[in-house]
Write a protein that binds this ligand. Structure first.
Ligand SMILES: NC(=O)c1ccc[n+]([C@@H]2O[C@H](COP(=O)([O-])OP(=O)(O)OC[C@H]3O[C@@H](n4cnc5c(N)ncnc54)[C@H](OP(=O)(O)O)[C@@H]3O)[C@@H](O)[C@H]2O)c1
Length: 382
């Protein structure tokens, strides 16, 4: 079969499409014919060798974590899926391996593809969806009438987290760059904050929950933005990834910053949780149901052909992607699909309908007219 494999030359690594042996479904496993694969920062991290120490397999390093596909073969001991079923899944970074024509995974990690989504859309939800769910629902226990700050609202995790937080009945503020202020509002945020202009901890203070995917001083400032008894969930690689190598900040500076975050959290009575999410079919099923019912909307901004997998992963490394990138492993599903509605809107003119209902603060943050955050906690839940 063909697979997107890490190829090393000296210190440099790149992604090549190569012929490798097709995996075999072992006990309790299922062989899936992959239709499409969502791209995540975890992919360039695997390509850069971050997970090499944790890998048990000696074979070629195949990248890719979240996928949508069709069950090709059911291994011994499986009872819940049948050949021909459309499924979605996510692999952990020690395994990766999804960006290939076939992947063998434990049956217990798969859930049915939401029928409402095509394979391209469905391939973009497992990693980001499970991360948003585990952070907001399981770790923070976000509930109705609470105030949440979601960092990087225009990214894969952030775009899902905004929609999920709205569904949970929270008041949602989110940081992004100037070009994404309206996009983030369109996702359902009540207020979008340009991180290059405003001090988010002043615009969105006294939060019940902050989802921190940025790290560094943003974590410290996020703890400042949280009320006593509130929770900061950090998923930033700096705090959660075992193979994170400090860049810019040296290791001592990072240890110093961690200590300051812990001390500030203690002083302010804030829970600071560092979360590394894992494959979890229960969480994935909950997320898939929300896509099936239309509560969550997929945010695919660009579709790449299989041969372009290396370009997709390189683009993801820049941390400037809006929504999600997807690689169409099966050429036909790529041909039949187009980016998700809304995600490509770029000019502010496209947002005239949204913008007419918004006011811009002096610090550049956008909020809905007449929707006063101050009275949010007294309002009935949506
Ligand atoms: N711990 C875990 O289990 C776990 C799981 C998933 C992801 N992660 C990590 O979480 C991070 C986010 O993941 P992702 O999939 O959402 O990545 P992503 O989709 O690549 O995020 C890209 C987005 O980040 C935004 N961004 C960049 N710098 C920002 C800043 N300083 N403030 C606010 N927004 C900023 C960009 O928006 P603008 O262009 O508007 O700046 C862009 O839309 C990654 O570092 C990833 O490795 C960790």
């Amino acid at each position: 079969m063909r697979a997107a494999v890490r190829s090393c030359s000296g210190e440099q690594s790149s992604i090549r499409i190569k012929e490798v042996a097709q995996p075999v479904a072992g006990d309790g496993q299922v062989l899936v014919r992959v239709m499409a694969v969502g791209v995540n920062p975890a992919d360039w991290q695997v390509a850069a060798g971050w997970m090499d120490g944790a890998r048990s397999s000696q074979g070629p390093v195949i990248v890719g974590h979240e996928f949508s596909g069709i069950v090709e073969h059911v291994g011994p001991g499986c009872s819940d899926v049948s050949e021909g079923d459309a499924v979605i899944g996510r692999t952990d970074s020690e395994v990766a391996g999804a960006l290939a024509e076939y992947v063998a995974v434990d049956e217990s990690t798969l859930v049915g593809k939401p029928a409402r989504l095509d394979h391209i859309e469905a391939s973009s939800i497992a990693m980001t969806g499970v991360t948003a769910w585990q952070a907001l629902v399981e770790a923070a226990g976000l509930g109705k009438r609470q105030k949440v700050l979601v960092h990087a609202g225009a990214g894969g995790v952030g775009a899902t987290a905004i929609q999920l937080a709205r569904h949970l009945g929270a008041y949602v503020s989110s940081t992004c760059s100037d070009r994404n202020l309206y996009y983030v509002l369109d996702l359902g945020a009540h207020r979008s904050i340009d991180y290059s202009r405003g001090r988010f901890e002043e615009i969105a203070s006294e939060r019940d929950v902050v989802l921190d995917s940025i790290g560094g001083r943003v974590t410290l400032r996020s703890i400042q933005a949280t009320r006593e008894g509130g929770t900061v969930v950090s998923i930033a690689d700096q705090w959660t990834h075992p193979e994170y190598v400090p860049t810019g900040l040296d290791a001592m500076a990072q240890a110093w910053l961690r200590w300051r975050c812990q001390r500030l959290a203690r002083r302010r009575g804030v829970r600071w949780l560092c979360l590394r999410t894992r494959t979890d079919a229960r969480a994935l099923r909950a997320v898939a149901d929300l896509y099936e019912s239309g509560v969550l909307r997929p945010q695919v901004s660009r579709i790449f052909e299989f041969e372009e997998a290396g370009d997709a992963i390189a683009m993801s490394r820049g941390l400037r992607v809006r929504g999600k990138l997807v690689v169409a492993v099966d050429r036909k599903v790529g041909r039949d699909a187009s980016p998700s509605e809304g995600v490509l809107w770029d000019s502010q003119a496209s947002y005239r309908s949204v913008s007419s209902k918004r006011e811009q603060d002096e610090d550049g943050a956008l909020r809905p007219n007449g929707d006063e955050e101050a009275t949010w906690s007294d309002r009935p839940a949506r």
